[in-house]
Design a binder for this molecule. Sequence first.
Ligand SMILES: Cc1cc2nc3c(=O)[nH]c(=O)nc-3n(C[C@H](O)[C@H](O)[C@H](O)COP(=O)(O)O)c2cc1C
Length: 344
Amino acid sequence: MKIPPLQIGNITIDTPVILAPMAGYTTPPFRDICRRLGSGLSFTEMVPAEGIRRQLPQTMVYLDSYSKEKPLGAHIYGSDPDVFAAAAEIVDSLGRFDLIDINCGCPVRKIAGKGAGVALMSEPEKIRSIVTKVKEATSLPVTVKTRIGITPNQCNISEVAQAIEEGGASALFLHARFATQRHGGLVDFELMKQIKSERSIPVIGNGGITGAFQADEMIKQTGVDGVMIGKGSIGNPWVFKEINCAWNNISYEAPSVAERMEIIAEHLRGLYEIMSIKNELRKHPNKHIERLACEAFRGHLGKYLYGVKGIKKLQGNLMQMDSVESVITAVGQLMHVQTQTQCV
Ligand SMILES: Cc1cc2nc3c(=O)[nH]c(=O)nc-3n(C[C@H](O)[C@H](O)[C@H](O)COP(=O)(O)O)c2cc1C
């Protein structure tokens, strides 16, 4: 299936398979790996508008990126339209971003409890005002990421999507689950199809994609203009390559053990570097940042090594490992043993 490039405002996304924003996961090293493997667009982790407005150093580091990361969206949350606008102006002035994305889908109590994230879905007029004010404050395209509603009894995505488009957004990223489902469960293709047919801005579908088959099914069944991938990319950034290959009629070869190892090592070293930079900005830098980087990598590593014998033991041992290179060596040994076993 050939998928045309996607236009979001003045930004052209060559291949509309997009890395979803994921707090704690979509750090610059991971985004860069996904970009090289075929993700057409990525986003920062979720960044508070208020922290940006006040230019707090501990917030601003979440807007750090590598210069090669293009196109890149700043993914912002908050509840006050004027604070959003002030933050957008600052994000624009950094000159690093291609678009600004507004979070209207986060169900976490710390966020939604303060009227931000998915709580905004209960106030479509406020969303409209946020989009309009952010648009006035920046020349960058403005996009919104939402869910289909807070609960099945509060399914107002049609009204919300209308407010988003009329407010001036250039695209809608639609995670077709309710907030009560968090990040799992059934993805509602029917509603996705309805929203796509009701809107004239691009609608990008999100939820449950782990490979080319699901990406194609979502596009075929709903008509969305592109797909966004979250969990399916964790431990498998090659999912972008797989989908690009399918869309270009090229046969896809899964990564070799050596390639897997290279990506794991690059990812962990990059994460350590980024965490060290953030740490230095702290009033009291943590002396054990290398150990913390190893711990923070555990979620990724478990997924990278899914199905590899001995991963449970390695994960247990990781608790004791406090150096990045010792983790990389241990993973290398585990993968080596695995290949030897497979060859016997
Ligand atoms: C660990 C994790 C963190 C996430 N953080 C965010 C976030 O900060 N902002 C957001 O809009 N969505 C966030 N999400 C939701 C994803 O962007 C995506 O919408 C969701 O995982 C559904 O896509 P998937 O089924 O492909 O995973 C997060 C999801 C996960 C699993």
